[in-house]
Write a protein that binds this ligand. Structure first.
Ligand code: DGL
Length: 261
């Protein structure tokens, strides 16, 4: 068991590293094993059945290697696979997922107009449909299928001019017409600065990373498996299904890239 007592965190690729940053801030004494399935990214343009299969294989691997909890740091994989992964493992270890941050957006912007950027799969699946339906009347949510965007983040070079062009083609038409934006894919927090360049410096952005980190603390406490406050700083292992030196470097770089508020 290579990752005994580690918290397993996974995503289709590099996106979950934005969540890992929040987890590390909230829980500095925990050991984290991060796995990004970059060889199969993006998930958001695959069928739910394929996403489920890929996500389940990663969860199986994490459990076999001794992880004490799993964070599905991917909205797409959560929507497609969390119920199955929970049914298999949640009785023994905490399984946490992501949810597009519609609730915090509705709370901060009552009756506001809110764009929801997410992958095609996330927006099509039942979890999002139910959530947006439940919050109808609290805010107006406008879903934007961001095809291709997570794939561009996977390639790195977040400041390439064509990144701004892609963002402009996806969300530029809403400039000046919305009160806030939900980043419903864990790849997008790495693009906060670029999104503000396109949509205006002061536009409020919402993502689920910090909420998931607080939730993980609660679940580890409930299970009595929270690392003690006096233990040394935790280890972080970054792993990917794409095992090239360039990929390793990209993962490391993103772990140390400050994410704007
Ligand atoms: N990071 C993922 C999410 O939160 C998925 C991106 C993708 O692979 O399409 O939805």
């Amino acid at each position: 068991m290579r990752y005994k007592n580690y918290v397993g965190v996974f995503d289709s690729g590099v996106g979950g590293i934005s969540v890992l940053q929040e987890l590390r801030k909230e829980l500095p004494h925990e050991d984290f094993y991060y796995f990004g399935d970059s060889a199969n990214a993006p998930y958001g343009e695959k069928s739910p059945r394929v996403i489920r299969k890929l996500a389940m294989a990663i969860a199986d691997h994490m459990v076999e290697e001794g992880c004490k909890a799993i964070v599905i740091a991917c909205n797409t994989a959560t929507s497609a696979a969390a119920p199955k992964i929970r049914a298999k493992y949640d009785a023994n270890i905490p399984i946490l997922g992501m949810e597009p941050a519609l609730k915090p957006a509705a709370k901060q912007l009552p009756h506001g107009k809110v764009l929801v950027m997410a992958t095609p799969a996330t927006l099509k699946l039942e979890k999002y449909q139910k959530l947006s339906h439940r919050l109808e009347g609290e805010a107006e949510f406008i879903p934007v299928l961001c095809k291709g965007l997570a794939g561009r983040v996977e390639q790195g070079d977040l400041d390439a001019p064509d990144m701004l062009e892609l963002l402009d083609s996806l969300i530029g038409p809403y400039r000046g017409q919305v009160d806030g934006i939900v980043l419903g894919c864990t790849h997008y927090p790495f693009l906060k600065r670029q999104i503000r360049t396109v949509m205006g410096e002061n536009i409020p952005l919402f993502d689920g990373g910090a909420g998931t980190a607080r939730q993980l603390r609660r679940r580890l406490l409930q299970h009595d498996i929270l690392a003690p406050e006096d233990s040394p700083e935790g280890h972080i292992i970054l792993d990917s299904s794409l095992r090239t030196p360039q990929e390793k470097e990209l993962y490391e770089t993103l772990l140390h890239t400050p994410i704007a508020d």
